[in-house]
Structures are given as structure tokens and as C-alpha cells.
Design a protein around this ligand. Structure first.
Ligand code: SF4
Length: 464
């Protein structure tokens, strides 16, 4: 994902330009916004391209295969740009942030000595100080500590004007150590932000125009935050409190772990109308043997039970999930168990990948790696079923009347775009002023990645 740095209300007069390239998940997108926020008081405003920027940040992700090689090839291109600028008497600060920086900081400084700043996900609040030092000193500034608590305390208030759909990080890090995942090594231990800070940020987002808030965390349903009275709240309690904020029409949370789907949280889905009937709940495999090898800490049975109970609590609940095929030791019978789980549970959306060894993770060194051709065949088989299920889910929506949160103009003149309660993109002919409001439609057609609709009436959940 490539994006100009977001605008910030904290901006000093903008004399310098900042370009941030973001890879990976929604949490990285959120972090890029926060980095733009901390640099705004230094006079950095958004640049559309690296060429026009005085500072370029690569906010990296370590999850996908060859992630670090992609970063190094981008750094090679940026080296040329930096040299050209220096020859023209200009300066460009180059920073690498995110999970690749955390995992491979030392290697970056050796292989790409033209990088000025290397910083891990927990040290963004120190960015202004590092930029100042980088402009004075030669050699890379490295900061890959894990002071996560400090990070949230020291970052400026979040930009409240994120639009109708806003993201709010409530939790970072992970203690689960799945065999294939680098997050516990790059993001550190689980940390939950306190209740008061989250509620204050949510109120600011709603005052700034948000009608939907998605709570973010690597392990969001493991959140357990300290309340002002010193007690500890679980996620369900936080959701009830958020649902009391006037004007907040929709709440979501992602990404969850099956082990942390407790009874109260499942029950909350039946009791909080603002909690949308769509949950991303990664299962990764349907085989107990593979789940154990992945160190997921649960069996397939737990996932079946959670899916049933969520649908009992909220009959229109749709599920999304993640799958990894070809984990070391996965046999044809294990893969068949995954296929069975998919057929039995049924998913509205899913993300599926071939296992690829991540350096430093336990699975990378395990014997019985599955041959590439076998992984390819299993992935194709799985994705064919998941695509069919997504298609069936979208087609089953046609003819239904649902509330849409409108987010802005559509791709064609006169069109507006929005989201269903199940996160499907929707477009309809309608006035641009609907952006930020909720209006009812009849869904008329299903396309591969979106739905079309006709407007029925505007549902005034919030004043214009
Ligand atoms: S629970 Fe999620 S973030 Fe934590 S180690 Fe497992 S896959 Fe990674």
C-alpha cells in the first residue's frame, strides 16, 4: 500500500514534505498516521511521491514471504533518489519503520548504510528526536526498544478527522508465539491501553465525524485494560461502554484469537446492536495435529463451538478467517480436515496463504517441510471453495434491505460508496451529502468484490 502522509490538525506551517509507504495490516496503516502526527509539529506535510519528499518512511511488514527483500529493493531505488537530491544540494531523510526494522535493524544498517533512521513499532514517539539527530550526525539512528506503554503516553492525540470509518488501536503485541509468526518478536509482549484513554479517543473520533470505529490489536480480544477505579475490564465490558457513545453507530474489532473468545464476548454480539454481525476470527487449520504444531493452543472443536454460539447469539453473523496451508508436517489428511472445517462453518470472506518459513520462528527449522507443488495444489483447492462461499454469501444478500454507512463518492459520477454491516463495499446512485450517514438500501446485484444497491430512505441515526 502506498500513501501520501495523512494530514494532521497539529501541523505547524508546512515547509517540508513527508512520504510514507505502508505495507501490511491495518495496524501498520494506523501507525503511519501516527508517525505523520508526530512529525507534523516539525513542519512535515504530506507528499504525493518520494521524489517530492524531504523525508521518506518505509513502514514495513514482516508477515509475507520475501518481505525484507522487497524492502531492500525499495531502499536501492531510494538510494539513487537520495544521491540525486544530494547532488542538487537537497537533503532527504530516509527511515525504515515497522516489523522488518524491528527484526532486521542491524542488517539494514549494514546492507543499506544510506538509511538514516531505523525504528521499531514501539518507538514512533521518538521519531522527532531521531530526525533531529539524523540531520546532525552521520550514520543510522536505531531505536528498536519495546517501550510500548510509553509510546501510547507520548504520542500526540490522534487525528480525530479520520472520516466515517475510524480505527482505534487498543492493544499491541502478542504472547501466543504461534510457530509461524514473527509478531511476538517484532511487536513485543501483549499490552492493553487503559479504558479512559480508549474512551476519550473514541469520543474524539466520533466528534470528528466517525460513525464506525474498528478497534485494532494483534490480539484484540485478549485486551484487558485498567479502568479508572483500578479494576480490569475485558473487551466485552469495553464494547458495552463504547456502545453508549452518542453518534457511534457501528463497532468492530480485529484481529481476534479463538482462545480469547470468552462467553461474555460472544454474548455481547447478541446484546449490542452497534456491534456489527461480522467477525474476523483466524483458525489457520482444521487439523488438531497441525493446530498443535502451530502452537495455536486450541483444537478445531473450539472453533466449531464458537461459530455455532456466535450464530445463536446473532443469527445474521458472518465469519471471516485466515488459513495457512502446508505448515511443516501437514499431511493430506490434515488438509482434508481444513477443507471439512471450511465446508461446515462457511465463510463470507477469508485470506489463505501457503506456509513460508519466517526466519527466527520455530516452524522455520522444523523437519517435514511440505513440497512447494503440494502446497500450491492445496492452496488452490482451498481458495476455490472459499471463493465459492464468498460468492454465495454475496449473492444471498441480493434482494435484502440493509443499512449502509456511506463513506464517500463512488467511482462513477453520481455514485456514492459505502459498507454493509458485513463490510462488503456497496455503491448506489445517490447524493454526495450522504457521506457519513447511514441510509437503507435494497441490494440489487452482486459483483466479485462489491454489491450494487438502490437507496430506499435515509435513516437519521446522527444529525448531519
Ligand atoms: S496469535 Fe496472532 S499475532 Fe500472536 S503469534 Fe499467533 S498469529 Fe501471531
Amino acid at each position: 500500500m502506498t500513501s501520501p502522509a495523512p494530514e494532521s490538525p497539529l501541523a505547524a506551517p508546512q515547509r517540508k514534505k513527508l512520504f510514507i509507504r505502508t505495507w501490511g495490516c491495518q495496524m501498520n496503516v494506523y501507525d503511519s498516521t501516527r508517525m505523520a502526527d508526530v512529525l507534523a509539529p516539525l513542519g512535515y506535510g504530506p507528499a504525493e511521491t518520494p521524489e517530492e519528499a524531504d523525508m521518506v518512511i518505509l513502514n514495513t511488514c514482516h508477515i509475507r514471504e520475501k518481505a525484507s527483500e522487497k524492502v531492500f529493493s525499495d531502499l536501492g531505488r531510494l538510494r539513487l533518489l537520495k544521491t540525486e537530491k544530494e547532488q542538487a544540494g537537497q537533503k532527504m531523510v530516509l527511515a525504515v519503520a515497522g516489523c522488518v526494522a524491528q527484526a532486521e535493524g542491524a542488517e539494514i544498517t549494514v546492507r543499506a548504510p544510506w538509511v538514516d533512521i531505523v525504528l521499531g513499532p514501539q518507538t514512533y514517539h521518538r521519531l522527532p528526536e531521531m530526525v533531529a539527530r539524523a540531520s546532525r550526525a552521520a550514520g543510522a539512528q536505531i531505536d528498536t526498544d519495546f517501550p510500548v506503554e510509553q509510546k501510547f503516553d507520548l504520542l500526540p492525540e490522534v487525528n480525530a478527522n479520520q472520516g466515517p470509518i475510524a480505527f482505534l488501536t487498543i492493544q499491541e503485541g502478542c504472547d501466543k508465539f504461534c510457530s509461524f509468526c514473527v509478531v511476538p518478536y517484532t511487536r513485543g509482549a501483549e499490552f492493553s491501553r487503559p479504558v479512559a484513554a480508549i474512551l476519550a479517543e473514541a469520543r474524539r473520533l466520533v466528534a470528528g465525524g466517525a460513525r464506525e470505529i474498528a478497534l485494532l490489536g494483534q490480539n484484540v480480544n485478549a485486551w484487558h485494560g485498567e479502568a479508572p477505579d483500578g479494576s480490569t475490564w475485558s473487551l466485552s465490558r469495553l464494547l458495552y461502554a463504547l456502545a453508549e457513545i452518542d453518534g457511534l453507530a457501528r463497532i468492530r474489532y480485529t484481529t481476534s484469537h479463538p482462545r480469547d473468545m470468552d462467553d461474555a464476548l460472544i454474548e455481547a454480539h447478541g446484546r449490542i446492536p452497534q456491534l456489527m454481525p461480522f467477525l474476523h476470527l483466524p483458525v489457520q487449520s482444521g487439523s488438531d495435529k497441525v493446530l498443535a504444531a502451530m502452537n495455536r493452543g486450541h483444537k478445531a472443536e473450539l472453533f466449531y463451538r464458537i461459530a455455532d454460539r456466535l450464530r445463536e447469539a446473532r443469527p445474521d453473523m458472518a465469519l471471516s478467517s485466515d488459513f495457512i496451508v502446508g505448515h511443516p508436517g501437514e499431511t493430506a489428511a490434515d488438509h482434508a480436515a481444513t477443507m471439512q472445517l471450511v465446508e461446515k462453518v462457511g465463510f463470507a470472506l477469508a485470506y489463505s496463504f501457503k506456509y513460508s518459513p519466517r526466519p527466527g520462528t520455530p516452524a522455520a527449522g522444523q523437519p517435514f517441510q511440505v513440497p512447494e507443488a503440494e502446497k500450491d495444489a492445496r492452496l488452490q483447492e482451498l481458495q476455490a471453495v472459499l471463493r465459492r462461499q464468498q460468492d454465495e454469501f454475496n449473492r444471498a444478500c441480493v434482494g435484502r434491505e440493509v443499512d449502509i454507512l456511506w463513506t464517500g463518492p463512488g467511482r462513477h459520477p453520481g455514485q456514492i460508496a459505502g459498507r454493509t454491516p458485513w463490510l462488503q463495499p456497496v455503491h448506489a446512485i445517490g447524493p454526495a451529502e450522504l457521506a457519513g450517514r447511514i441510509a437503507r438500501v435494497r441490494l440489487t446485484d452482486a459483483h466479485p468484490n462489491s454489491l450494487s444497491a438502490v437507496l430506499l430512505e435515509e435513516k437519521e441515526l446522527t444529525p448531519a
